[in-house]
Design a protein around this ligand. Structure first.
Ligand SMILES: Cc1cc2nc3c(=O)[nH]c(=O)nc-3n(C[C@H](O)[C@H](O)[C@H](O)COP(=O)(O)O)c2cc1C
Ligand SMILES: [Mn+2]
Length: 504
């Protein structure tokens, strides 16, 4: 696979070469109409769409660039998303080098980290056009009103850049921005997020903000990555791209933005300048209710000539953001294993909309081990917001929901294996009684033996490997169609059970 695209245009060209993008020249209204088209295309696994004539706007609209696993892999230049985990895992597992060969190898890895730091450059395409004063006008762009009860258009795929005023550490996050008028929007910084923390910590209650729109896909993804606050999203983007993100100084605020952006909005957010944002048809599948959020006042718009405006629609799953979440799930596996090494794999089901459910498989070694892992998940970064944790044994395929359901039903004594707890909940969750706080459920679907004070756990049914191999070899002779042989392969995904029982 090729290395990741260096900017949005190269990415669009790549999508077009691979038949993964369709241009739409018909006039389409960013008010609801684009959503209805995109939602159908996303849910049927269709291509990225470039609306060349969005109604009432001067710029085209790109959407569904991330909408399939294949495109997400193309974005990162990998064969499968797990390759990203391997790449990050190598760095995280870096041990003090032993011999000379080891030293050279480690140096190479350290150099790749050093090379990932963002670099400042003097000029950037994102500043070919500079609009200030009365020329600042959001009406130029095809900002979508996504769902019928949304009160206004929302910018949905921004990379919002701020700095911690005390440490100077840069943060990049993806937060929706409801348009208020031609030069202001809301800034939807939820209470658990780093952008909100930067505003909270500002000594004079006011921070400069820059919003980059239309980035190369890896940098755009990085804005959605739930990194610890002190780890720069742009460094991670540089590492995943294999080349540093290039930055230029903003024109009206003391911040830097990716030079390759299509559009940049510069301005200020003041803690005391607030209004009522929402409702918004959100990734939860429901409208999030109106709530107070700070306002972003725009001091300048800079952009490329013929800038392309990027967008995404969230809503009932599956939506385009499913694949941003899946990339995060894979990329963060090695980091999660750093703190909880007994975790074999995990899965965030798309129907669980990021925060509602995580399935974890573990190497279980001691009584209460599943409970330890539940508590660990509820203490881990934004994973702490998850409402339910399902723990299964190492041989269970967490991505095979039918298999997981089998073990949840078969291995659980509800009076014994359910842990109810409480903690922080996603601010958008409508089910909890108090906003952002509520219940947690842990389901221990692992096998429980006498060491946990239970009676003997029975062996699972499994055909012996010899008979399997014999039937495999004789399949043709038996005279059944090759297609029916697949069942045996499927059983094979549970093949670890026997080995594990024998090891005990
Ligand atoms: C399409 C999309 C829209 C999002 N909208 C918001 C939002 O409006 N507000 C918010 O706080 N987080 C939103 N998120 C989640 C954040 O981008 C994510 O939590 C990220 O880690 C935030 O960056 P931070 O950890 O640096 O604060 C959105 C994510 C995606 C993929
Ligand atoms: Mn962050």
């Amino acid at each position: 696979m090729a290395s990741p695209a260096s900017d949005l245009r190269e990415w669009i060209a790549l999508l077009e070469r691979e038949d993964e993008l369709v241009r739409i020249s018909a006039e389409v209204d960013p008010d609801l109409e684009v959503t209805e088209i995109v939602d159908r295309v996303v849910k049927s696994g269709g291509p990225a769409l470039l609306f060349e004539n969005p109604k009432g706007a001067a710029h085209p609209l790109l959407i569904n660039q991330f909408g399939t696993e294949k495109r997400m892999c193309m974005a990162f230049g990998v064969e499968k998303l797990d390759d990203l985990a391997d790449k990050l895992g190598e760095i995280l597992e870096l041990q003090p080098p032993q011999g000379l060969v080891d030293k050279v190898r480690s140096l190479g890895k350290l150099k790749s980290i050093a090379d990932s730091m963002p670099k400042e450059v003097s000029k950037g395409a994102c500043q070919e056009i500079v609009l200030t004063g009365d020329d600042v006008n959001l009406d130029l762009f095809p900002i979508q009103r996504c769902w019928p009860l949304d009160p206004a258009p929302f910018i949905t795929l921004p990379a919002v850049i701020t700095k911690d005023q005390a440490t100077g550490v840069r943060n990049v996050g993806m937060y929706r921005m409801q348009k208020i008028d031609h030069r202001s929007t809301f800034m939807h910084w939820q209470i658990h997020k780093d952008g909100r923390a930067d505003l909270r910590a500002a000594p004079d209650g006011r921070i400069p903000v820059a919003v980059a729109l239309g980035l190369d896909p890896v940098t755009a993804y990085s804005a959605s990555a739930p990194l610890p606050k002190h780890i720069g999203e742009l460094m991670v983007a540089g590492f995943l791209k294999g080349s540093a993100v290039q930055l230029v100084k903003c024109k009206t605020v003391d911040l830097e933005v990716p030079a390759n952006a299509e559009i940049v909005l510069e301005g200020w957010v003041d803690r005391d300048d607030i209004g009522i944002e929402g409702p918004f048809g959100d990734h939860t599948g429901f409208y999030t209710p109106p709530e107070e959020f700070p306002i972003f006042r725009i001091s300048a718009i800079t952009m490329r000539r013929d800038a392309i405006y990027p967008s995404i629609v969230v809503g009932k799953p599956p939506a385009e953001d499913e694949w941003l979440a899946k990339a995060t799930e894979r990329i963060f596996l090695p980091a999660i294993r750093m703190s909880v090494p007994e975790i074999v794999d995990y899965d965030l089901p798309t129907a669980g909309t990021f925060h509602n459910c995580v399935i974890v498989s573990i190497r279980k070694r001691f009584p209460g081990h599943a409970r330890k892992v539940m508590h660990a998940m509820w203490g881990l970064g934004l994973m702490s917001l998850t409402k339910s944790v399902v723990v299964v044994d190492e041989h269970v395929d967490v991505h095979n929901y039918e298999q997981v359901f089998f073990y949840v039903c078969a291995n659980v004594d509800p009076a014994r294996d359910i842990l109810l707890s409480e903690g922080p909940i996603d601010q958008l969750d409508h089910a909890v009684t108090i906003q952002a706080f509520g219940g947690k459920i842990g389901i221990d679907a692992t096998a429980k033996g006498p060491d946990e004070g239970r009676r003997e756990w029975p062996p699972e049914i499994e055909m012996s490997p010899e008979i399997r191999a014999r039937v495999d070899a004789r399949w043709g002779e038996i005279g059944l169609p090759a297609a029916l042989r697949g069942r045996d392969v499927q059983n094979g995904t549970r093949g670890g059970t026997l080995t594990r029982l024998l090891r005990r």
